[in-house]
Design a protein around this ligand. Structure first.
Ligand code: OAD
Length: 254
């Protein structure tokens, strides 16, 4: 791994490490990203028709069925070496904060605790009317590629439709998670930005907050992003290879 000794020493001294992840960290687990050419979800599906409150109001069955297909993918997936290396950092650095834009639970299944989910969680449906939590039936839904229209289950409290527990375009981020993520970005001394195109705001602004604060910032991504020249170090390659190697090199073998 091509990383200067001076930077390694600074990383080892970091008292608060923030790991910020996007869809790329789960790509090697078989979960599609959003914007990668050919395979990205938003390359193949219309976000306006599937990931907005208006879309759900217009055609709840189409939206629910699409998310059931995505939920089935997540249930079948396993954490990859990047999730495991991030989980292994816990206890090795004085303070670790994991902030993810992902709606899967692969960080948790890899062993990370207290993950801040900025864009909600696929496994936490709630009522679109009274907003109380709902529940999925056990098991893995059997959905074809892209899903099929499926009526959402009804809320046991008010009879409203359940909706996926994710943040849609045009919606606010969960306040407590967002406030905690800002506080972490403004107090961390090392910031690892892994597998995100960094185009979706406000989440992407966390990296710029950390850069402004003077934290060491490391980006892991096989493709270029607008942050390539702003971060302290750009590690080009898949997270499942680069992240374990980085953790090994800096904090010792996992
Ligand atoms: P994107 O699909 O925009 O970006 C994924 C990034 O991962 C790209 O920069 C890829 O180059 C990179 N990537 C692909 N494979 C990788 C690998 N094996 N290792 C590391 N990186 C890899 O996904 P996000 O940045 O997460 O919002 O997108 C942000 C938000 O946009 C998502 O949370 C979602 C979406 O609309 C909501 O669901 C609200």
């Amino acid at each position: 791994m091509d990383i200067e000794e001076r930077l390694v020493r600074r990383l080892r001294r970091a008292r608060h490490v923030l790991v910020f992840t996007g869809a790329g960290v789960s790509a090697e687990s078989g979960i599609p990203t959003f914007r990668d050419a050919l395979t990205g979800l938003w390359e193949n599906f219309d976000a306006e028709a599937l990931a907005t409150p208006e879309a759900f109001a217009r055609d709840p069955a189409m939206v629910w069925g699409w998310y059931e297909w995505r939920r089935a993918n997540v249930l079948r997936a396993q954490p990859n070496p990047a999730h495991l290396a991030i989980a292994a950092l816990e206890g090795r650095v004085p303070r670790l904060t994991v902030v993810t834009q992902n709606v899967d639970d692969l960080h948790e299944r890899a062993g990370s605790h207290n993950v801040l989910h900025l864009h909600g969680r696929m496994d936490r449906p709630f009522c679109a009317v009274c907003r109380r939590p709902g529940a999925y039936p056990p098991g893995i839904p059997d959905e074809p590629e892209g899903g099929r229209p499926l009526e959402p289950p009804l809320c046991i409290h008010c009879g409203g439709r359940l909706r996926p527990g994710v943040v849609w375009f045009g919606e606010m981020l969960p306040e407590a998670e967002w406030d905690a993520a800002i506080a972490a970005a403004e107090s961390c001394d090392a910031f690892l930005c892994i597998g995100t195109s960094s185009v979706v705001q406000p989440a992407a602004s966390l990296t710029t907050m950390a850069i402004r604060r003077g934290a060491i910032t490391i980006q892991v991504n096989p493709n270029p992003t607008d942050l390539d020249h702003s971060v302290s170090l750009n590690l080009s390659g898949p997270a499942g290879v680069i992240v374990p190697a980085l953790v090994d090199r800096v904090w010792g073998e996992i």
